[in-house]
Design a protein around this ligand. Structure first.
Ligand code: SAH
Length: 565
């Protein structure tokens, strides 16, 4: 399994950083296609292990009792792929370890994007998969999900044999035809016998590397596995093409210039962003009328997909919006608990039965208690050593309490005669004037607390810190090619955090109607503790501001109380 090497470089990183940040991959992966069944709903490893003995062999229980898979083991990745295909798509496949082992969620993203391109998820459609691989995954998914017909091409003998068998054993031979093609040509060769048929699309996961050095240098998904050349030459063609993906896709473009309307859409996945601009330029130069692209953000490394058409009447899905990129760049909200407060909170947590010695553990326990009281679902997720991370899902805004609402109403009543003057001011001057433990506050207004209803505890300002590091981490955990798999690795159904909440929704998957999802980190800053909140998704960012303020105030109140006790 030199697997996914071509566009899967982060898989390795993901593996290495596994314990650090994988558990929230799925939950945070905003750039997964909205219809991707794994978006927000990672597979339940424990369940899958109980059902599939061959998968169980690769599932271990970690120290915190969670079912995990070691993604450094190609056998484990293969077992997961086969298990998911079986469980979620009813497909039985075999893949040799020395060939690319696809990860299901990424492949699904591309399938769903093709659905968008051809604007017909369920109608019979005809597509071509250039370089189908041993798994034959795109045709198997497309045929079984959507009833699409596929012509699947392959140059490598071993891949061709496996692909053919995988189609047959799933009884999909009526829909999927696997053909062996010569290396030098792509679409032209595959289509030369069929002069009449118009295909709706072609898709391609092209070989990635330009040369073996490039491959060796950057690909090390499985460190113990020798480079592909020493495994076999088939492995080489799988991940390398002369000139890398850029040249490979250029060849498809040139074929398309001859085939033109024989296909409604031509598309390719790209492993490097730098391939996108020259390929778009090439299409522009050639006067191709319809061009679009998308991105599949897979953690730190992203994938891009490019599509073009010679038809004027096709619907062209818009490229990903800049706004989302801006959102991703947003920094977390944070507040600091000074050393003395941390000490007090430790005592408080101990009184509540928290046995952990570590101060961050104590703070996390108190945060969890507050979240439980608020009926905000929360779940610990893997993070850096010396930190705690919680993934929060709020089904409703429970942090604006009746008392605050009443106080706010009273205030409004009192203010009524001069409401016309002060309405604007009221909105911008929350009861947070003082901030004893204030962080840098010169941040954009929308990142600050703007909630009048937040408890009127002094020192409640929440600020947007220069938390790039964690933003980066957030992006990292947002997905990778092993994208959902690690994400699911540690996530069984989300812990129900209180009786009430468990009745409402017991897992992030079932939490369909949430108002807010965010990642809360508790970390050290010298002897102080910092709580950071990273936006994932939800109705609006003010909700996170308010919740952040609420948590801060609750913790500070606890400190104040224990000081007077
Ligand atoms: N589609 C599969 C495999 C992608 S790897 C997946 O997504 O998992 C790229 C595949 O393209 C390899 O199996 C390789 O053997 C095949 N390939 C390389 N050059 C090709 C060509 N000219 N025509 C068809 N397939 C080719």
């Amino acid at each position: 399994m030199f697997s996914e090497a071509r566009n899967d470089l982060t898989s390795m990183r993901i593996c290495t950083n596994y314990s650090r940040n994988l558990a929230v991959v799925m939950s945070l992966n905003k750039s997964m296609h909205p219809r991707n069944r794994y978006k927000d709903k990672p597979p339940d490893f424990a369940y899958l292990a109980s059902k599939y003995p061959e998968f169980q062999e690769h599932v271990h229980t970690n120290l915190s009792g969670r079912a995990v898979v070691n993604f450094k083991e190609p056998e484990a990745v293969r077992a997961l792929t086969c298990t998911l295909l079986k469980e979620d798509f009813g497909l039985s496949i075999e893949i040799p370890l020395e060939r690319l082992i696809p990860t299901v969620p990424l492949r699904l993203n591309y399938i769903h994007w093709v659905e968008d391109l051809i604007d017909g998820q369920k109608q019979p459609r005809r597509g071509i998969d250039i370089g189908t691989g041993a798994s034959c995954i795109y045709p198997l998914l497309g045929a079984s999900m959507n009833g699409w017909f596929f012509l699947a091409t392959e140059v490598d003998d071993i891949c061709f044999d496996y692909a053919t068998r995988n189609v047959e054993q799933n009884h999909l031979s009526d829909l999927v035809k696997v053909v062996k093609v010569p290396q030098k040509t792509l679409l032209m060769d595959a289509l030369k016998e069929e002069t009449e048929i118009v295909y709706d699309f072609c898709m391609c996961n092209p070989p990635f590397f330009a040369n073996q050095l490039e491959a060796k240098g950057v690909n090390s998904r499985n460190a113990r596995r020798p480079p592909p050349s020493s495994v076999n030459t088939g492995g080489v063609t799988e991940i390398m093409a002369e000139g890398g993906e850029l040249e490979f896709v250029k060849r498809i473009i040139h074929d398309s210039l001859q085939l033109k309307k024989r296909l409604r859409w031509y598309s390719c996945m790209l492993g490097k962003k730098c391939s996108l601009a020259p390929l778009k330029e090439e299409l522009r130069k050639q006067g191709v009328p319809k061009v679009t692209h998308t991105e599949f953000c897979q953690g730190r490394t992203m994938r891009w997909a490019l599509a073009w058409s010679f038809y004027d009447d096709v619907i062209v899905p818009s490229p990903p919006s800049k706004k989302r990129k801006l959102d991703r760049a947003r920094k977390p909200l944070s507040f600091t608990l000074p050393h003395v407060a941390v000490k007090e909170l430790q005592v408080k947590a101990r009184a509540l039965g928290c046995t952990g010695r570590h101060p961050l553990e104590a703070i996390t326990t108190l945060v969890e208690k507050t979240l439980t009281e608020l009926r905000v679902l929360h779940k610990r997720v893997p993070c850096r050593e010396q930190e705690q991370s919680l993934l929060l899902t709020a089904m409703e805004n429970t942090w604006i309490h009746g008392r605050q609402k009443r106080r706010e109403q009273m205030r409004q009543l009192r203010e009524l005669p001069r409401a016309h003057q002060s309405a604007a001011a009221a909105a911008t001057t929350p009861s947070l004037a003082q901030n004893k433990h204030q962080d840098a506050t010169q941040e954009p207004a929308d990142q600050q607390v703007t909630d009048n209803n937040a408890p009127s505890v002094e020192g409640a300002e929440v600020t947007n810190t220069a938390g790039d590091v964690d933003q980066e981490r957030l992006e990292k955990v947002a997905g990778d090619d092993v994208e959902m798999t690690p994400g699911c690795s540690t996530t069984g159904p989300m812990d129900a955090t209180s009786e009430t909440s468990s009745k409402r929704a017991t897992s992030p998957g079932s939490a369909e109607h949430f108002v807010l999802k965010c990642l809360l980190n508790v970390l050290h800053e010298e002897s102080d503790a910092v709580i950071e909140m990273n936006w994932v998704e939800g109705e609006n960012k003010d909700l996170m501001n308010q919740l952040c303020t609420f948590l801060r105030n609750t913790l500070l109140k606890a400190v104040a109380k224990s000081g007077t006790e």
